[in-house]
Design a protein around this ligand. Structure first.
Ligand SMILES: Cc1cc2nc3c(=O)[nH]c(=O)nc-3n(C[C@H](O)[C@H](O)[C@H](O)COP(=O)(O)O)c2cc1C
Length: 210
């Protein structure tokens, strides 16, 4: 009888402790989940970089606005040899036309993106030059590790669309790059136009990590 009582007590203790482990485990897991939730909600946020090359300021203005709306980091692509007025003139002898006619041209960039691994999403802006992105954008895409990142391009132009430039840029990045909605803006695009584009990609100040 004493033996049975002992076994009974041991069983109760075991069950209770199992319950406790469950509860403690639950609490621990709960805490873990809470921590994870905090972390994952942080991780769920996009780490966005707005990178831009702009020769006369139009695309930079769009980039400033996008970075401002998202509270995202801005990186200005500065050419090692700056473009002067003559370089970007419509003359058939200009540096711009020479570079744009040479698909292998890769003008050097002055300075690197600080902490490039930090970003999972890059919005890359440029003016359309003879239907294409300026070759310095190719330099940027080929000199940064874009594996697994999400990318969206934005451009300004007098009238050309972004499609032709995008087709070429797609060939320069790793296959596992996820392209988001790329967009052409007129130079005078409004803040609402830019916000609408970002919203459409699920990018708002609330979904972008600080
Ligand atoms: C060298 C050069 C080539 C251009 N080629 C085109 C073109 O093919 N199509 C177009 O619509 N606009 C073209 N433009 C106009 C620019 O895309 C437009 O002015 C743009 O907003 C300039 O942007 P930015 O101020 O950021 O440099 C060209 C401008 C330059 C300087």
């Amino acid at each position: 009888m004493k033996k049975i009582l002992c076994i009974f007590i041991v069983l109760i203790v075991l069950l209770a402790s199992a319950g406790c482990v469950g509860v403690n485990g639950g609490q621990n897991t709960g805490t873990g989940v809470d921590n994870n939730t905090v972390q994952s909600s942080n991780d769920d946020k996009h780490h966005v970089l707005v990178a831009v090359f702009s020769a006369t300021g139009n695309t930079k203005r769009i980039a400033d606005s996008a970075a401002g709306i998202l509270n995202a980091d801005l990186y200005v692509i500065v050419p090692e040899v700056p473009y002067n007025e003559e370089d970007i003139s419509y003359s058939t002898e200009s540096r711009a036309i020479r570079e744009q006619s040479d698909p292998t041209a890769r003008p050097a960039i002055n300075g690197l993106v600080p902490n490039p691994d930090k970003y999972d999403t890059i919005l890359i802006g440029y003016p359309i030059w003879y239907g294409q992105a300026p070759r310095i954008i190719c330099t940027f895409l080929e000199n940064n590790d874009l594996n697994g990142k999400s990318l969206a391009a934005f451009c300004t132009s007098d009238s050309s669309g972004i499609e032709e430039s995008l087709e070429y840029l797609h060939t320069l990045v790793p296959k596992n790059v996820k392209w988001l909605d790329s967009r052409r803006f007129p130079a005078e695009a409004s803040g609402d136009d830019i916000r609408g584009w970002l919203d459409g990609m699920g990018l708002t100040a609330a979904t972008v990590a600080e």
